[in-house]
Design a protein around this ligand. Sequence first.
Ligand code: ADP
Ligand code: MG
Length: 263
Amino acid sequence: EEAGVSAAPAGARRIKALPPGVPAIEIRDLRKSFGTNEVLKGLNLTIEAGEVVCVVGPSGSGKSTLLRSVNLLEQPTSGQIRIEGVDILDPEVDVDRIRTRIGMVFQQFNLFPHMDVLRNLTIAQERVLGRSRDEARRVALAMLERVGLSDKATAHPAHLSGGQQQRVAIARSLAMNPDMMLFDEPTSALDPELVGEVLAVMRDLAAEGMTMMVVTHEMGFAREVGSRLIFMDGGVIVEEGDPREVLAHPRHPRTQAFFSKVL
Ligand code: ADP
Ligand code: MG
């Protein structure tokens, strides 16, 4: 398989081709409890390749637990998760291999502070994917260019702004050539003037056809970039649909109450 460098011309939309009837992500009756606290209560969700699904909802509604379950950072209590048709809760499945197909970006950027930007981008390529140092470096530089940070390869994270650090974190994920990307409040820790540069990178990624799940409070992004908006409350999906439609005319009283506070 070719390394993570996109060969498509800028602006071309290249959606990962899956066999007919196989969604990128398929979640059936997903439940997750922490002790006696059931935080996902039978959640169902199907995401096709190329979709950008924005997930909103009050704090504690289970958004992070949902994303973390898709990446197997949490072990669900019951239910099914299929990634590109593969049942990832099957004990026989190679969890590490599944994880390399799914990039994840967190609110806190989680860069390695003692490594420069380039090393942050190459280390997992070499150790997890077995790429040579040269190849990893080539991919890293291409990904830095993609997020507009070609000039920061030798910088250490502490010398970058929050927005730049988050763009490095996105580039680091992309360097692993994932089929899909999960974003958990990627701009929530940023100063307001730095939010736009991160959303711009995510917007480009969406335009290129990347399958994305994005937990966010950025309703403008959801409206303009999202192919679907999901409102979660109490561990279930309360309402979902076209973002413009859900934002303009929320049907469920809990969705209405939530948007009347955040918009
Ligand atoms: P959200 O991201 O929507 O704010 P979370 O998925 O982070 O919600 O959390 C949902 C609920 O699960 C909360 O009540 C939270 O306290 C609980 N929870 C999340 N992670 C853990 C954990 N590792 N151990 C115990 N409880 C947890
Ligand atoms: Mg959360």
